[in-house]
Write a protein that binds this ligand. Structure first.
Ligand code: 4F9
Length: 241
């Protein structure tokens, strides 16, 4: 997977790309990240990338030319998609992450200020994604969220870690609680079932805890989750108390 990120703040990406999962994926050649500084495509003595909005009002708008030229500078792979991070986009979720993981190249256009001139959105952008219903200072954090979530789905990226299929959300439910040593921490014990060595009992307990958490915290997820008849039975037990 190749990501090309268009931004006026390429330095914001380096720390996150230099450590952890993304750094390993890049080193292993599974993910390639290229940063394109939109300002390099600005003309004029001040290299401005923004201007005042036509019609007046507060705030600045990113001008279309530097972004457009930055987009044109990217060498396009066969299967490539241009995404603009925006509060007005579709909400990014695990289904979209899986979809994106099938592309060879994802170009992430990050805007700043009040947004980007509308004409760029009509021509240069294939898809707009939001990472949540709040306004950020720019698309950069959204681009990192998308790169992180998508990279985890690329075969080989997680390696020795837990398979992403086991992750929270991959079956549509929240994860069961996890415990490690010590057995007693601040007076709180690890649930005895986890020390029982009975793998079937542990599996059932974990499944029930998953369902319990989802029911309590995100009942909306239960509608879309793939539930077995065993899950339905466990849910009934939970609802009866
Ligand atoms: C992008 C907010 C994606 C949420 C871009 C200001 C944004 C954003 N998700 N906010 N520019």
């Amino acid at each position: 997977m190749r990501f090309d990120v268009l931004t006026i703040f390429p330095g914001m990406f380096s720390p996150y790309l230099e450590e952890g999962m993304l750094a390993r994926a890049v080193k292993g050649g599974l993910v390639d990240v290229r940063l394109v500084n939109i300002r390099d495509f600005a003309t004029g003595t001040h290299k401005a990338t923004d201007d005042r909005p036509y019609g007046g009002g507060d705030g600045m708008v990113m001008t279309p030319e530097p972004m457009s030229r930055a987009l044109e500078s990217v060498d396009r792979q066969e299967n490539s998609l241009v995404i603009h991070l925006s509060p007005q986009g579709e909400t990014f979720d695990r289904a979209i992450a899986w979809e994106l993981s099938d592309w060879d190249q994802i170009i992430l256009a990050c805007s700043r200020y009040e947004g980007v001139d509308e004409r760029i959105l009509l021509t240069g952008i294939d898809r707009e994604l939001s990472v949540g219903d709040y306004v950020l200072s720019g698309g950069e954090l959204g681009a990192l969220v998308v790169m992180d979530a998508v990279s985890r789905l690329i075969p080989g990226v997680l390696g020795g870690e837990r398979s992403n299929l086991e992750d929270s959300f991959e079956d549509g439910l929240l994860e069961y609680p996890h415990y490690t040593r010590p057995r007693v921490f601040q007076g709180k014990e690890v649930p005895p079932v986890l020390l029982s060595g009975d793998h079937e009992k542990i599996r059932l307990w974990r499944r029930k805890e998953s369902l319990k958490r989802t029911l309590e915290r995100r009942p909306d997820l239960l509608q879309k989750a793939k539930l077995t008849s065993e899950d339905e039975r466990l849910l009934d037990e939970l609802k009866k108390g």
